[in-house]
Design a protein around this ligand. Sequence first.
Ligand SMILES: [Zn+2]
Ligand SMILES: [Zn+2]
Length: 241
Amino acid sequence: MKYLIDLHVHSNASDHAFSSLEELIRQAKEKKLLGFALTNHGPILPDSPREWHFGNLKVIPDYVDGIRIYKGIEANIISIEGETDLPMKYDSMLDIVLAGFHSLTPYSEESTEEENTKTLENVIRRGEVDILAHLGNPKYPFDKEKIVKLAKDYNVAIEINNSSFEKSRKGSESHCLEILKLCVKYGTYISLGSDTHFSYNIGNFSKIESLVNSSGIRQEKILNTNFEIIESFLKERRQNK
Ligand SMILES: [Zn+2]
Ligand SMILES: [Zn+2]
């Protein structure tokens, strides 16, 4: 099974990423992808676009050159109450909201497993976030069983991030695999993301594809399988907001 929708992509609107939207679209076409989510970092990080970026994503059509573009954000979790830096006034303009823990935010890297668990519970319950990004990061331990189950109950997806198996967040692999197994156990949606910061890497799930396929997860629980799945997931999310 090849997954042709990449749900975690950065453009050079974040200055630590190096490709324009047009270059991303060109590479997506080259790789015969069906679409991708443009998910630049929430405004709190030093290299993030400012709020207006998210307010003006509306100028990008849903399809460009045959490629579906989901307008999104990778927001930063900033408090134990589960708040993020998602600019709420633009929330309704976004198709998809990812959120994760990042350094250089008000959320302490010293937080305990108990605190991180509480935080993720609150993120899920607040209902603003569709996909929890790169949870395998060993810097932010949490009660995996509790969170994967709660995510299922609240129809929140959990990301399996290809980059966590390559250059980012060292030591993530075993945690990602545990999380994946729990998603299979509870029937939680998963979302595959390349987390690319360079156009040539768009749609690259080379490190995770076979792990996902051999995990026993049902195709209808993988948001990237086809448009029907991602669209019905997002629709249900919007109805409950
Ligand atoms: Zn991230
Ligand atoms: Zn990212």
